[in-house]
Design a protein around this ligand. Structure first.
Ligand code: 9Z3
Length: 380
């Protein structure tokens, strides 16, 4: 067990200042107003019906290096966790607002959009020039299609896209605020892989960063590179690459807005965040630290290499709860420790771990709703 470091949460007014500064400096996505209008209708509709609604965030966030973005930093997330979870939430009766990275996996269509199985592979030409599902895939496709149509026809699923980290944060803040009328029936399930670092707009180039000086004005005596002072001493650089050809990227930390989410944007909804690590020895500690620091309701810890096989639930007042898909030799795994990736079978698990995660989250959400109702009952 790692030593417990005391949480150093900045005071509330500092959080508010950081929020004003970030959202003032980073422009909103161009579709924000349109998305807010769609989200408001969706949320109000389900709030009026007294239904539970979950905001699922999904996929990676880009970090643009230029305002007119040609290049950006990205991460690995394909949106599998988010898209799969959305299906199981629908199954459990939740309305799902699916805030996802553009072009990442979507609920239902995810079954047919993998790079290895292109959707055209599932189709064949039928009689009279029609297009039909291949015989061996037809039953599953019909099942998925029916589920998808049902969700859409009953207005149970709304999908809204984002691209960059600042788009994501603008969308998250606006949607979380709209969720207030849901009270404790609202659930935020933050599975998107959110970038920790970004280039602030005042240091971001407007245009494509140049790799040669061919676009510079012709040198005169006064602006000759020979007269320029050295502004950056790249002491460990290889002498084989001249400094003028390097690109040194200088990133700031993305402010941690989970506290603002918990206290301001969506104070009554239940908040479940994910914690991703690659080092098994720090996972539980980091998850617990995040919970202590932000005082929300659930952190689901997962490791990059085993995320489809196991996760750990860390929640206030409860012991850590490992959730695992069954696998051969799984009985030998220590109950309270991460599984050794080498002991896992090759390939993908037969059971989707989200089919176990969502009922467990639902159970905690039910307890959460009850506790809020009891608290209110006592007050009234
Ligand atoms: C997760 O940990 C998700 O489970 C994955 C899913 C990103 C691993 P895939 O899309 O992967 O199925 O391939 N998401 C949260 C990661 C994250 O950015 N968490 C923040 C952190 O760790 C806290 S909100 O600091």
């Amino acid at each position: 067990m790692l030593p417990h470091t005391p949480s150093e949460t900045p005071p509330a007014n500092l959080n508010a200042l950081a929020e004003d500064h970030y959202f003032g400096a980073n422009p909103p996505p161009k579709d924000l107003e349109k998305h807010v209008a769609l989200a408001k209708d969706f949320i109000d509709f389900h709030s009026a019906a007294g239904r539970r609604l979950v905001l699922v965030t999904s996929g990676g966030t880009t970090v643009p290096l230029e305002k007119q973005t040609v290049r950006f930093i990205d991460n690995f997330s394909a949106g599998t966790r988010g898209a799969t979870s959305a299906e199981y939430f629908l199954e459990a009766g939740y309305a799902v607002l699916f805030l996802h990275r553009q072009f990442s996996l979507l609920p239902f269509s995810r079954h047919y959009s993998h790079a290895t199985d292109c959707f055209l592979d599932f189709l064949r030409e039928g009689s009279n020039g029609s297009v039909v599902a291949r015989d061996e895939d037809a039953a599953k496709m019909l099942h998925v299609l029916r589920k998808y149509r049902e969700a859409r026809d009953k207005n149970m699923l709304l999908a809204l896209p984002f691209v960059s980290i600042s788009d994501y944060l603008h969308e998250l803040r606006s949607i979380a605020r709209l969720m207030r009328p849901l009270g404790p029936n609202g659930l935020l399930y933050l599975a998107a892989a959110v970038s920790d670092f970004f280039v602030p707009p005042d240091r971001m180039s407007e245009h494509k960063i140049q790799s040669t000086n061919a676009a510079d004005p012709l040198p005169t005596k006064s602006n000759s590179p020979l007269n320029e002072p050295e502004t950056f001493d790249n002491f460990d650089s290889s002498p084989a690459v001249p400094r003028s050809k390097r690109l040194v990227v200088d990133l700031d930390p993305v402010p941690k807005f989970l506290k603002n989410l918990v206290e301001g944007w969506s104070p009554e909804g239940m908040i479940a965040s994910f914690k991703l690590e690659t080092d098994p020895t720090i996972l539980v500690h980091k998850a617990r630290y995040s919970l202590d620091r932000y005082q929300h309701h659930l952190v689901i810890g997962n490791l990059l290499s085993t995320r489809k096989w196991e996760v750990v639930f860390v929640s206030p007042g409860n012991p850590d709860q490992w959730i695992r898909v069954p696998f051969k030799d799984g009985g030998a795994v220590k109950k309270d420790e991460p599984v050794d990736p080498k002991s896992l079978p090759e390939g993908e698990p037969e059971v989707e771990i989200e089919s176990l995660i969502i009922p467990a989250v639902e159970e905690l959400h039910t307890k959460y709703i009850k506790s809020v109702e009891e608290r209110k009952g006592i007050k009234n």
